[in-house]
Design a protein around this ligand. Structure first.
Ligand SMILES: Nc1ncnc2c1ncn2[C@@H]1O[C@H](COP(=O)(O)O)[C@@H](O)[C@H]1OP(=O)(O)O
Ligand SMILES: [Mg+2]
Ligand SMILES: [Mg+2]
Ligand SMILES: [Mg+2]
Length: 353
């Protein structure tokens, strides 16, 4: 029997690899074309450019699929200089393997076509049919400060995530490398860049993030926790995204003595999936914030396929069928399946749930 979602996985991984070439170019440039969105969060030419390149590849192979993506082109239609900067990047970023680049459909035709592609990400989502979720740069603040960020792509079918891919340009390639919060301001690209992937029922893999055809992948799995007291947990750098005093109380109750590792983006999901860390806590800081599906789709599947369990703080699975947000969930608790219940119990004690 041929495996399910083989083509989707290949397209998704190559599309992420190409988009990450673009974000890395922007990362090494001083002027990142940063502008503020309506909610005051930053977006850069890298976010827009990566979204255009990913959607171009998806449209080439799966023109009937819907797409939920974070960014929209409205601001670019009004700002000629910004639009031209992005077009210059998008029209010159290719995979350096001719076959792989042709497989993705090659270059986008024109500046106008690029804007239209960016706006194809406006689907309302939901629980029916094939829907891709894209976060072209997750952790834009991390990206700007030279920390972790991720290029994220997931395919949902009837509300369930079936394929997940995370490109993490600033994480170590080595799955066994110790988990550290910062890449250091003098860090080079040497030894960095990894793609995490998963297909439902087929396990999770990691492979070096390359520049052309895909590198060989290796199976990854979460580290079994034998002593809770020696576990390491990851959380957001931004205290506005996850409540860091609640997580400190949870850690204390679990007798965890290692300090938390703070990193931006879904790099946290990838890191625990390969056993570099153990637990990911994302604890609500407000009653009203709804998590976005593109911030969790790929990571949720990758961790579950690596032997983890991912729920919200009430213990319910993340529900991707509700639209562009995880409207039915509050926060995220991801841990190896064997200890997830123990962690949830303490999370609920501390949060008073
Ligand atoms: N109040 C909030 N609570 C949780 N996550 C948030 C909140 N505000 C923004 N985010 C999102 O958190 C993600 C980054 O997460 P992390 O802290 O794990 O790096 C971003 O996608 C960001 O969205 P946005 O793109 O709108 O900035
Ligand atoms: Mg994000
Ligand atoms: Mg983003
Ligand atoms: Mg954003």
């Amino acid at each position: 029997m041929t495996s399910l979602y083989t083509k989707e996985l290949e397209v998704a991984q190559l599309a992420v690899q190409r988009a990450a070439r673009l974000t890395k170019r922007v990362f090494h440039e001083k002027a990142k074309g940063t502008v503020s969105k309506d909610d005051k969060s930053p977006v850069t030419i890298g976010d827009f450019g990566a979204q255009a390149l990913i959607i171009a590849a998806l449209q080439h192979h799966f023109p009937g699929d819907e797409i939920v993506a974070e960014e929209e082109a409205a601001q670019l239609r009004e700002d000629k200089a910004l639009r031209e900067q992005i077009w210059e990047l998008v029209s010159t970023t290719k995979l350096d393997d001719v076959v792989a680049e042709r497989f993705l459909g090659g270059a986008i035709e024109s500046e106008e076509a690029m804007l239209e592609l960016i706006d194809k990400g406006g689907s309302q989502g939901g629980g029916r049919g094939r829907i891709w979720a894209i976060d072209p740069i997750d952790g834009t603040k991390g990206f700007l400060r030279g920390g972790q960020y991720a290029v994220c792509l997931g395919l949902m079918v009837d509300g369930d995530v079936k394929v997940g891919v995370l490109g993490c340009p600033n994480l170590p390639v080595d799955d066994a490398a110790p988990l550290t919060a910062d890449i250091g301001s003098n860090a080079t690209d040497e030894g960095r860049g990894v793609i995490f992937s998963a297909v439902v029922g087929q396990g999770a893999t990691s492979r070096p993030l390359g520049t052309g055809a895909l590198a060989e992948g290796k199976n990854i799995s979460m580290k079994p926790i034998t002593e809770m007291s020696s576990a390491t947990f990851c959380e957001s750098v931004e205290s506005g995204h996850s409540n860091q005093s609640d997580s400190a109380r949870i850690a204390e109750k679990l007798n965890i003595t290692n300090p938390s590792v703070r990193m931006d983006s879904q790099a946290k999901y990838g890191s625990i999936a390969r056993g570099a860390g153990d637990i990911y806590l994302r604890l609500p800081t407000s009653k009203t914030y709804q998590e976005k599906i593109w911030d969790h789709a790929a990571g949720d599947l990758i961790v579950r396929e690596a032997g983890g369990q991912v729920t919200d703080t009430t213990g319910s699975r993340l529900d991707f069928s509700k639209g562009r947000t995880l409207a039915a969930n509050k926060g995220v608790v991801a841990a190896p399946a064997a200890v997830h219940g123990q962690v949830i119990k303490v999370v609920q004690e501390v949060l008073g749930l």
